[in-house]
Design a protein around this ligand. Sequence first.
Ligand code: CO
Length: 497
Amino acid sequence: MNSKLKILKKRLYELRYVSSASSLLHWDSNVYIPKNGVSSRAITNSLIDEICHKKLLKLDDGHILTELVQDLPKLSLEDAAIVREAFRNFDRSRKFPSSFIKRLSQLSTKAHHVWKEARDKKDFSIYSDILEEMVSMQKEAVDLLGYEDHPYNALIDDYEPGMTVSKLDNMFNGLKEFLVPFIRKVTSKDISWEYVIDGKFPISKQIKLNEDVLSVLGYDFSSGRLDVSTHPFTIDIAPYDVRITTRYSKKDLLYALYSSIHEGGHGIYGQGIPVEYFGVGIGHGASLGIHESQSRMYENLLGRSMSFINLLHKYILKYFPDFNKSPEDLYKIVNHVSLGYIRTESDEVTYNLHIILRYEIEKDLICGNINVKNLPEVWNAKMKEYLGVQVPSDDLGVLQDVHWSSGNFGYFPTYSIGNIYSAQIYNTMLKDIPELKGNISSDTLKSMKSWLYENIHKYGRIYPAEDLITRVTGEGMNPMYFNKYIEDKYTSLYELN
Ligand code: CO
């Protein structure tokens, strides 16, 4: 083997296995840590981060990485991906002086507290100054990173490599033109069905139900765990160790189920990536958008389909024999469309408009087209325009998300990219597995998992997201499949014709 490549792989291996410790701590901090352990944990975290950062910058010692980049066309597909990803990470981090990283981390810690206080008091003005500081640090980051065409491109690229403002504008306009009038039609329809579950579902039984459903979907409990955290997440800690979390409500068993199914989609992806990719830096999903496409596909395209609900209903009855909703009722409940204020509680029809609103605001903030001080007005006007709702207070509006206080500008679009990809991929998969539209059995779900493995999971980060989607579906990102899926499903459910 190429000796430079051999050295690079050894360095990557150490970097990845050390950062694996940080992943485990992150999981523990969200699942088990006692309250008083938090501050000492922060010290350990920052020391490990420092070690990883040093190891990352050392990837190019002796110029091996920058030289390997020159040789990219001569390398095998896998090796080229390893070098490309290593260089991408190295290149981004060398552009940030350590003083900048320190300042950003201090600012996020502070901003997080201020954001929480402002949200509790429903008062944006408490948060305004520190958010202003955060926006100006993001602008600094943009200058340090450099960009083509649009400053926001520098920020999205961190989460969704290759994605740009011009592609997103195009896609989001396609969504908006369809969704805004369609949602008006759906929500003005008088429906008589009940859409709330208000029962008694002991959590010990719910845990068993969630584990059963995850197993039939294909999540492997011998290489994973299901635990409880405030905000559900999935984490790839190491080979054969991909964990997910959920949260429970004693009154509503769907609250946990759909979170679990979502995270299960992420988890099945993580467990499907070849373990030998882990130590060389390509053992991740192709991008956040592709990752989210897998979770959304399990949660929505599959999970909220009548075919799957027939199966799910049997599982529910196994643990809750008195459950009094029919599969048809359940289908209506999980597909109820409502005009809400909160992104994380929104349904699959309105969800993307919540994202588009954030995307447009982020872009305008980074370009200096709007002032932080005016954010509540801007936010509320867009909510009125897109969803027709009047936001009653800032905690239900501009203060609802944690992302900006952590400095995660450019992250939001990946949720919608995931939705678009999920419909596009599902459309292709249905041609090979038409049973997904009929009677779904555990074998159908095995076929689905194998299909996803063969077409997506086994490639880890070998292909950039857009190349992967083109390989799988025969075309680049196309919002039409999502629009068509929504239009067909909800026209029929809401009897719009
Ligand atoms: Co997700």
